[in-house]
Design a protein around this ligand. Structure first.
Ligand code: ZN
Length: 421
């Protein structure tokens, strides 16, 4: 981990992480990863006048649209946010990757883990009291990497121990039992825990990572989406009232990927390639695939294509993928890694990015659409879900007013710690 203190007694203390300098907070700072919060959710909720605290942040603090890291999935972006760096630096560019040497699919976060340190761990190492709270337990290990502080998931809040998580009796702290993984309260539980810890003066920096369960099944402006926006807004108000500087960013947007009649609009890339080259010659990896999650049927806007038979010409595969209706863009894996700042060793022959309104899958038989339970498919992963909100509760200082071009979601800690008045 690239951690050092500046050693300049005249300046505030700071740490350097992955080449960027972060001041230790002089005020409590809470960064929220508002999972799946497409800018359209914010616009619709503002238009309905149900998010007064968010509106106040946008009017009196700072609000912009930033780019998420590619692919626009949850794990790569959460890790980019806490590392302040793209996936090419921290190494996690999806949930799964295909190891061409062994022919096995491997979970990325569990494999050899991350190869970059986090801002959270560095701040804690320099003496800040840090809490990392996540809705889903699967993210906790990576977010809490080397972190000497409080770290727990809402999903397993009841199991948190002082030794393992730096905190115990989370149920008592929040005042209710840990919600299930498919309960929208999972995200609100994360926020309530952050509010209680900050109100009690127990942390200096909090990272609060929500779940996109609601956005996967509710369109912007719908009753379900607006109710959730309003509930989150209440907690945002409580964080600000407790004296925190609040930064809000999303890991990715969210788009409808269904036909007018409600059927999912999916291009099955592996079926098309099998028809052209024969079965087993290529391998399509859907890096959104998640053994713990049912609400997107492992369908998203981004897939990787590996050539597993040396007799198959990668250029022919690229051409065949490009001809599939619903593929918006196809490019060689190495080019995709360079353009989108992804680790090149995880790429195969090609990357395919969905056209807006489409999802990409492998074989139709691989995807359980019954899991959508009759709701329209809404998902993410491609360029259409790259735009995310970037909102701060305080205005930018003069230096950071000059740094707002080409904003990335993983600039949020930089701005929240270094960039506000
Ligand atoms: Zn997400």
């Amino acid at each position: 981990m690239a951690l050092r203190e500046t050693g300049d007694a005249q300046r505030s203390r700071a740490v350097t992480v992955n080449g960027r300098r972060y001041a230790l907070p002089t005020r409590t700072t809470a960064v929220i990863c508002y999972d799946g919060c497409d800018p359209a959710y914010v616009e619709a909720a503002r238009a309905a006048a149900i998010v007064p605290h968010l509106a106040q942040m946008m009017d009196e603090g700072f609000a912009a649209i930033a780019d998420a890291a590619m692919p626009t999935f949850t794990n790569p972006n959460n890790l980019s946010i806490v590392c302040g760096a793209p996936p090419s630096v921290h190494g996690i560019s999806g949930n799964y990757y295909f190891d061409e040497a062994t022919g096995r699919e491997t979970m990325m976060v569990d494999a050899e883990g991350m190869r970059a340190g986090t801002i959270l761990a560095a701040l804690a190492g320099a003496g800040a009291r840090v809490a990392a709270i996540t809705a889903k337990d699967k993210l906790l290990k990576a977010l809490a990497n080397d972190l000497d502080g409080i770290a727990f998931s809402a999903e397993r809040a009841d199991d948190a121990t002082l030794a393992q998580n730096g905190i115990e009796d989370v149920t008592g702290l929040v005042g209710r039992a840990a919600p299930s993984q498919y309960d929208p309260d999972l995200s609100l539980f994360v926020l309530d825990a952050g509010v209680r810890l900050i109100e009690a003066g127990r942390v200096d920096v909090a990272y609060l990572s929500l779940s996109d369960l609601v956005q996967h099944s509710h369109a912007p402006g719908s009753g379900g989406a607006n109710a959730f926006m309003a509930a989150v807004d209440q907690r945002v108000g409580a964080l600000i009232a407790a004296g925190a500087t609040v930064g809000i960013v999303a890991d990715h947007g969210m788009n409808d990927m269904a036909h007018g009649d409600g059927r999912a609009r999916v291009a099955y890339v592996a079926d098309a390639l099998d028809a052209t080259f024969g079965p087993g010659r290529t391998r399509v990896i859907c890096p959104i695939t998640d053994p713990f999650v049912r609400h997107h049927g492992a369908l998203g806007g981004f897939v990787r294509i590996h050539v597993t038979d040396a007799a198959v010409d990668p250029a022919a595969v690229l051409a065949a993928v490009g001809a599939i209706a619903g593929v918006g863009r196809v490019l060689p894996g190495a080019e995709a890694a360079a353009e989108f700042e992804m680790p090149p060793e995880r790429e195969g022959a090609a990357v395919a990015i969905a056209a807006p309104g489409y999802a990409l899958g492998a074989h139709a038989a691989d995807h359980d659409l019954s899991a959508l339970a009759g709701t329209r498919l809404r998902s993410h992963g491609g360029l259409a879900e790259r735009r995310v909100p970037f909102i701060l509760s305080r205005p930018l200082n003069a230096a950071y007013q000059q740094k707002t071009a080409n904003l990335r979601n993983y600039d949020i800690f930089d701005f929240a710690l270094n960039g506000v008045v």
